[in-house]
Each structure stands twice: as structure tokens, then as C-alpha cells.
Design a protein around this ligand. Sequence first.
Ligand code: FES
Ligand SMILES: [Fe+2]
Length: 432
Amino acid sequence: MLTYEENELVTKTTPGTPMGEAMRRYWIPALLSRELPEPDCPPVRVQLLGERLVAFRDTQGQIGLLDEFCPHRRASLWLGRNEESGLRCIYHGWKFDVAGTCVEQMNEPADCSFAHKIRTTAYPAREMGGVIWAYMGPREKLPPPPSFEWTQVPESQRHVSKVVEECNWLQALEGGIDTSHAPILHRTISATTSKAGVPLLGPFVRGKAPTLEVDVTDYGYRYAGIRPLEDGQTYVRTYHYVMPFTQIRPQQFRFPGSGERSKIAGHFWVPMDDDNCMVWNWMYSFRDEPLTEEDRLERGSGNGPDHVDQTTFRSLRHKGNNWLIDRQVQKTDTFSGIDGINTQDRAIQESMGPVVDRSKEHLGPADRAIIVARRLLLQAVKTVSEGGDPPGTGTSYYQARAIEKILPQGVAWRDALLAEMYAMPEPVAAAH
Ligand code: FES
Ligand SMILES: [Fe+2]
């Protein structure tokens, strides 16, 4: 549990909040590259950490990420004209380049123009892996680029999507670093159902409740859920938590009978404001194994076009319609009765209310990864408030891979898996 004050501290990220200051030290996924498909295309609204922004791609293809509201009299620049290397407000014709410099004022005679004195908030942006990333912190603290391994593989080997979730970012993240819920909430309860879920007969569900082991690193931590199987072997599923909002999880066993694949997936849970977050979903192959069309449709996860409006990025199953829970399916096919694995996650997390009151929880050993993440986040807030650099602003996470395996009796997971959990010869050392 957290005290009321700790809970406020760690969940709120609007400008001026301590967690907001810490989170502004990282590159933040802002929008999909495909939302700005070509130079001078329509601008797009973006909400990050309680700030309303507008993104545009200028004539040269550069990305601008500006305060949504014009510094003249605060009209929305989303209504603006994206033309000749700048975004022009349609109220009085002030125009801004990607750096936020006012380059023209149509409502002032040339000899009265004070455009050179006007700047609007503009955040550095960069494109990587089909995503436009923003940096909203102090310029002198700009971290190295967010080169997660998935952003570096060919496009044929990766996929990324996003969906709005109607709750605070931290309870969404906490679902993603909680292995213990996954084979419960997401299981199918029939071996023959066509509904998506963790297979009833696979090792994830067959295994007993897990023991969690967490190794803190300089980017966050890696952890393993260790599940004894009935034959004495263990099913080990490893994850990474990259601060502040990234989960990396294995996806090598996901479908029964599909054999072992070289797939890894993950999420970012990015605060839009304190009561809403954008869930980013990505998947890639770390070997030369292109993703299939089926992978890209994300039917099982509930993150694809069948489940999420690709214009608004709102889920078709949401709090307002009780996630379309089907009580008959809950009796016969899946544990939850809700369609789509990540829809199930969003339902659970949204069901807690906008910001869960962590002073009322009762945590156990199965919640260990969550407890450590909270500790790291609170420490990061303190570090930043004291002028230091928080974990995860280096480059050591670039190589992090999540692996799952069935290990013979008596084999320790670190001996068997640690080398494979990094795309380099030496694993990242655990912090002490
Ligand atoms: S409000 Fe934008 S130019 Fe006047
Ligand atoms: Fe889940």
C-alpha cells in the first residue's frame, strides 16, 4: 500500500508536480508517425501529462509539437493551416515554425509586427520505430534517443498501435508488471473455445501460482515469474520494467501449437492527464521473422481495428458500456467474459476508478514487482527534485529482451535465461 500522500505524489504528472517533473526527463511516445502521413498534412491534437498540444509535419517533413493554444488570444492551432513551413492560426493569421517561433502576424502592419518577440512552447520531437516521440523536460537534460530494440528492426518485423484507457497511468502500468494476474484474468476456461485468451492447457495456466524474483537494474528492473509444472519442470516468464512506464514481455509461447517464436511485445502507459492514459502496444521479432497480417490485426489482444476506433483511438468496449461483458461467455469460454486480452486489462484497471486509492490495498508476495516499481518511482521523484538523473535515461535498456522458457527441474532461471535477456554478450548488472 501507499499512503494518501505517496499515492498523490506518484500518480500526478501535470506541469509542476514532482512526478510530472521526473516523467518529463524521458522521451515520451506522442503519436503514431502514420497520423502525420505527409508534409503539410492536417495537424493532430495530442495530450501528454496534462498538456494540450498540437503536432504537425511541415513542408520539409520536420515535426512540430506546439502548445495547442495560440499565444495571441488562445485559439486552437488545431484549426490552423499547415502551409509553407509553418502552422498558421486561422483567427488572425499568426504563423509558427516547428521551433515555436512566430514568423508572421497577418493582423499587424509590417512596421508594427512584433513576431520576432513571440515564441510558443515547442517540444523537441523525433521519429523512431513508426512513433513520434516528444521530450518535454529541460533542454540540457535531453536523454539519448529511445532506441528500444523494437524501434531498430525493419518495419516488416515490428508493429505498433495505441488505445485510450480511462484511468491513471500508474494503475495501468501496474497491470502490465503483474504476472500473477495474467493466467487468471486472461485464461480461457474451455479447451475448444474460439475466444482469445491464455490457453487452458498451456504452461501459463497449468503452472502453479508463481514465485516472483526481481533484479533491480540501472533502467528499472527485470523480473521472473516462476511457475512449477506438474512434471517437476518450471515455466519461467521474464519481463523488464523500463522506467518510468514501459513493460517488455515475452510472446514466444502465445498460441498453442505455434512452436517457439522470436516475438517480444510490450506496452507504454503514457499519461494524457491524471485520469486518462494512452496505452501503446508494440510487438516485434528479434530474428529475421516478419510479422504476419494476423499479428498486425491484433484480434486476440483487443487493440486492433476490430476493437479500437483508429481515428479517435477509443476502445469500442469501454467503461460506459461495461466493456460489453458477456455473462454467458464468462460461464462457458473465458474467465472474464470480455472480448480481447488487453480489453480485459483495461476493464479491470478502469473498474478501479480514475485513480485507485492505494491506501486501501492488501498486497502480498505476488505483488512484489509492483511494490518495487513504486519504490523506484518514488526514488526517481526524489532524485530529480535533488537535481540528479533518474534511472532509465541511459542506454542500457536498448538491448533488453523478454524471454519465456520451460526449464528442467533444478535449473535456475538466471543461469538459463540471463544471457538471452539482452541482445549483447554481457547481461546488464543488477544494481545493489
Ligand atoms: S488567436 Fe491566433 S492569431 Fe489571434
Ligand atoms: Fe493483463
